[in-house]
Design a binder for this molecule. Structure first.
Ligand SMILES: [Mn+2]
Length: 366
């Protein structure tokens, strides 16, 4: 974290200067607990310094949940129109927990061309072309020894602290939500992160940071949101194991496959990634050696792998990069971490990609 101090300070300075000059700020956060905590850190710290700077946050600050890992061109075009309507002053666009991957380059380029300043706080492996477009980039991958365990909420919390916010709890809940190795979470932190994950998927008509804040800062509301989340998750856990087919490969890998499209629809809880995680967690204790769990269906494939699979040479984010090169017309997006990742495919190509994934796991030489 000390190695990232210069970037963290620059990020705080960028926000402070946008607030003191009364410029419009658009904040997008990824749709999970880590993304929400990162978003809340920035959102609340802007509100906390707004008064002294007579910054009209109601007029000048906008927040949107980004329901994908990509800053796509369509969203960026919408943001440009919105920001132009708010003020003539140079806007600041802040993306947290996503936005520095190669798929986001088009979106980044279009807001940049409109004169926006760009701040990205993210812990996913970045792409060089995206990074070049950013005014400030806070990422553990910029520092020696950095890994995705240094999640977006942890980093954004450090930025928020420089702006005077007490962000410790947000940081811990973010680390918990992304299962970072840097934390041993308390039960309260675990429950809070699940409640935020639930809000990300279910808040209607759309999730907002002011809604999240009202729940996160009220123990009773948080408890009841957690109650809704855990009952949905337990229902899913009880039925998902029946959907899985496991295969033993000659190289020692066990692959568990489940068509989860009927259980996980868009904007339902638990979402596909969490459902795949739940299946993986229920299978892992009974499997010795490398295990890769694959939840597929619709246009998406979700991966989870155990430590033995990683040690034996499985790397989900590397495999997705290879697939993108080998099947450029089939993969629309994808990414994540070594043992947890997802990809989206173009319509009708799911089977081809899934077969290629299985072949790749089969070819891993231990
Ligand atoms: Mn994250």
């Amino acid at each position: 974290m000390r190695r990232l101090a210069p970037q963290i300070s620059s990020a705080a300075e960028l926000i402070r200067s946008a607030v003191s000059c009364g410029r419009p700020i658009l904040l997008r956060y990824n749709n999970d607990a880590d993304g929400i905590c990162a978003g809340l850190s920035i959102y609340c710290s802007i509100l906390s310094i707004a008064g002294a700077a007579s910054y009209d946050a109601k007029k000048l600050l906008r927040d949107y949940q980004n329901n994908s890992a990509i800053y796509n061109h369509g969203d960026a075009s919408g943001d440009i129109l919105l920001l132009r309507g708010i003020s003539e002053a140079r806007p600041l666009v802040v993306l947290v927990d996503f936005g520095a991957n190669p798929e986001s380059v088009d979106g980044l380029r279009s807001v940049k061309a409109e004169g926006a300043q760009l701040l990205v706080i993210d812990h996913h492996p970045p792409g060089a072309d995206a990074v070049k477009l950013l005014d400030v980039f806070v990422s553990p991958w910029l520092a020696r020894g950095g890994t995705s365990d240094y999640c977006a909420g942890l980093l954004a919390g450090e930025v928020a602290k420089e702006l005077g916010l007490d962000a410790g709890r947000l940081q811990r809940v973010a680390l918990t939500g992304d299962r970072s190795k840097l934390i041993q979470p308390s039960e309260e932190e675990r429950n809070a992160s699940l409640a935020l994950d639930y809000l990300a998927e279910t808040a209607k008509p759309r999730n907002t940071l002011s809604h999240c804040n009202s729940i996160f800062s009220d123990a009773k509301k948080l408890e009841s949101t957690y109650g809704l989340a855990i009952s949905k998750l337990e229902q899913a856990r009880a039925s998902i194991k029946a959907l899985a087919r496991t295969r033993q490969l000659p190289n020692g890998f066990t692959v568990a496959l489940a068509d989860i499209s009927k259980m996980a629809r868009d904007s339902s809880f638990p979402p596909k990634g969490k459902l795949t995680g739940a299946l993986h967690d229920s299978l892992a204790p009974g499997i010795h050696g490398p295990l890769v769990t694959i939840g597929y269906g619709g246009d998406a494939i979700n991966f989870r792998a155990n430590a033995a699979a990683r040690a034996a040479g499985f790397n989900a984010s590397k495999m997705i990069l290879e697939l993108k090169e080998e099947l450029p017309n089939a993969i629309s997006s994808g990414g994540g971490h070594d043992v947890a990742a997802s990809l989206r495919m173009n319509k009708g190509l799911g089977k081809i990609v899934l077969n290629e994934v299985l072949a790749k796991i089969e070819r891993i030489r231990r």
